[in-house]
Design a protein around this ligand. Sequence first.
Ligand SMILES: *Cc1c(COP(=O)(O)O)cnc(C)c1O
Length: 448
Amino acid sequence: MPNPSGPPGPDPSFAELLAVRPVLSLHAQDGLVMEDVPLAAIADAVGTPVWVYSAATIRRRYAELRAALAEAGLAAVIHYAVKANDRLAVLRLLAAEGAGADVVSGGELARALEAGIPPSRIVFSGVGKTPAEMKMALDQGVAQINVESAEELRILSAVAEEAGRKARIALRVNPDVDAKTHPKITTGLAENKFGIPFSEAASLYAEAARLPGLLPVGLAVHIGSQITSLAPFRFAFARLCELAQDLLARGLPLERLDCGGGLGISYRDEPALLPAAYAGVLKATLGGLGLPLIVEPGRWLVGPAGVLVASVVVEKASNAHRFVILDAGMNDLLRPALYGAWHGILPLSAADAAGSLSPAEVVGPVCETGDTFAKGRLLPRLAPGARVAILDAGAYGSVMSSFYNARPLAAEVMVAGGCWHVIRERASLSSLWAGERVPAFLQKAATS
Ligand SMILES: *Cc1c(COP(=O)(O)O)cnc(C)c1O
């Protein structure tokens, strides 16, 4: 189990973190700048904690991946995995670039539609779709529903029949591959809850072709998240190819292959997964089939585009430990507490960044020891009110936020060139109890 102190070896320095994150730069006067906007200006205006996303970075990464797929000669479309960051502004930006969406709930489907992504470019995935969610997807006419079990296949057929519709489905198969990522985000092992065992897939696909409510159109795999080596992809796609050939040999209809997401990013100093290399693996394993492909990256597109800006509440010395207590906590960014994830942390002020370093535990205010962003992290002295940016927080960040400890959800901002825009307001205190009811028998009695 990794911990927030990260893998062995010294952490990258501030300069090293900045060198590989061209969207950020450190200026003597303005401090840490995203695109052309000083992050301190945003924090001054909307307070902290605040999530800040770079529109140019999301666009650039989308374009880079699309170009790599095209250069490999693949007929591949990118369906952004909405769960990584489902803010309407982020969805709208990607939709405008031409991206489709991969959604895993009725709520994500509603968000994608609200953001203007056409149903014909939406794939509905997920291991536990309810009949109501299935019906919603059918009524909206989504491009494809990815089915994860024989049981779900039969339920979906019945739901579709009753609604008088045909469900275009893909079978999500489980290739039993170790994606060599964190156990909580590996999904392609036989023991995981996801997908249909390979050995059962062909006969189930044939059954789908016979069921009245279904129209099988494809196969899907998704083996996990934050995958930084090509081998697991190569293995999974090669198995997918074999299965596709088997279906075609049986004369079954097969229109496309959904290759899932999982492309990893460099949080600390992991080798970054290069789009050209990923496209090369797709080409080598699946290119020969000549079928259209879908890829579903989430983290890779938006992760490096976001930071979480927080203020230091106070530094505390306790039993020879140095704690830097932030106003952001695990209720905002859960990844360190949930996965032991390592995130870079940079001071916003150039003067702070030049200060002499000593190891610190960077923690949040939440009443849990797990509310720890980093251990043994080299940081300068930080006065109350000093600000830091927690890096690579654009994916699986704000979407995992909660109100725990009655902490209102942080504001969110999108930077575009020299401008910035609030894309979600900081939640108000009264939003903490919005929708709650105190039953009549508990109404405040007059105190005697
Ligand atoms: C989560 C998920 C993705 C995206 O994963 P990333 O690691 O963010 O790229 C894609 N497809 C499916 C089915 C998913 O569940």
